[in-house]
Design a protein around this ligand. Structure first.
Ligand code: NAD
Length: 283
């Protein structure tokens, strides 16, 4: 089976839209503010995709474009201003920063209740402790899709390839929170295939085209291909899709798999953030 990420994402967006309308009826339409530093075309494109998703579900959106030479202090100052605004419920700093400078102090400046990307150390810590508040959108989208597919993680062998802060590490915590047995592989893993062959659920987020071949997949596995790689004029994932389909129970395509789920989950989390902020104010 091909996992239709676009169809699942549309379903999530319909649910999100209903939640937005409820808040809007109370005069509290949720708002998302994105920040881009510089003119990175990929960042501009990703932010455009997020803003059009906002339009689809009725979230108000705005972008702050800081100049290429903005300092980390300038970024933090912008974040502080957005933290103070009641009409901004979610703040998203688009990465990478120019020169690949370390974004961690900027991430930590975002109000944890507005941290819709789930990268704030407090939200990361809560996730690890089993209390999932605002969490990274790509892994949360995968967990949501597994639920929609009726795959219960409890007792399953889950293998994640990639141990980044954005995907692999938070996903491992989410899967442990659901009682899967989790292996996390990465570039230093000695025999990758010996791990991936054990996976009932295999998530690949390495950024290496063709990394996962047919003989590395367990029969009946659920495979989520997070990778986005440009090969010639095509966008491909990390999994040999046609080969994997012959063995697996289900595989996400690239494009049209994990990407749309990530964007829709960002919308859902923006509404969750708005709901959480309302509750905090009422206390
Ligand atoms: P990253 O570069 O931060 O991490 C890559 C990870 O893969 C590291 O843990 C590294 O050790 C591991 N890795 C690299 N080569 C490997 C190999 N040969 N064998 C085993 N492990 C290997 O990347 P990231 O930010 O987590 O992103 C990974 C990929 O997912 C990229 O292609 C990125 O574009 C894509 N991505 C997609 C989405 C989405 O929404 N679809 C979201 C985030 C990232």
């Amino acid at each position: 089976m091909i996992i239709d990420g676009k169809a699942l994402a549309s379903k999530m967006e319909a649910e999100t839209k209903a939640r937005v309308e409820k808040l809007a009826a109370e005069g509290r339409r949720p708002g998302l503010a994105t920040i881009i530093v510089g003119e990175n075309p990929a960042s501009q494109m990703y932010v455009r995709i997020k803003h059009s998703a906002c339009d689809r579900v009725g979230i108000r959106s705005e972008n702050v474009n800081l100049p290429e030479d903005a300092s980390l202090d300038d970024v933090i100052e912008t974040i502080r201003e957005l933290n103070e605004r009641d009409d901004v419920n979610g703040i998203l700093l688009q990465l990478p920063l120019p020169g690949n400078s370390d974004p961690s102090s900027a991430m930590a400046a975002i109000d944890p209740l507005k941290d819709v990307d789930g990268f704030h150390p407090m939200n990361m810590g809560s996730l690890l402790a089993g209390d999932e508040r605002l969490v990274p959108c790509t892994p949360k989208g995968i967990i949501w899709a597994l639920e929609q597919l009726g795959v219960d993680l409890e007792g399953k062998e889950a293998v994640i390839v990639g141990h980044s802060n954005v995907v692999g590490k938070p996903l491992a915590a989410m899967m442990l929170n659901r009682n899967a047995t989790v292996q996390v592989c990465h570039v230093f893993t000695k025999d990758l295939a010996s791990h991936t062959r054990e996976a009932d659920v295999l998530v690949v987020a390495a950024g290496v085209p063709g990394l996962i071949k047919r003989d590395m997949v367990k029969k009946g596995a659920y495979i989520f291909d997070v990778g986005i790689n440009r090969v010639g004029d095509k966008t491909v994932g990390d999994v040999e899709f046609d080969e994997a389909l012959l063995v697996a129970a289900a595989v996400t395509p690239v494009p049209g798999g994990v990407g749309p789920l990530t964007v829709s989950m960002l919308m859902s989390q923006t509404v969750t953030a708005a709901e959480m902020q309302m509750k905090t104010k009422k206390r």
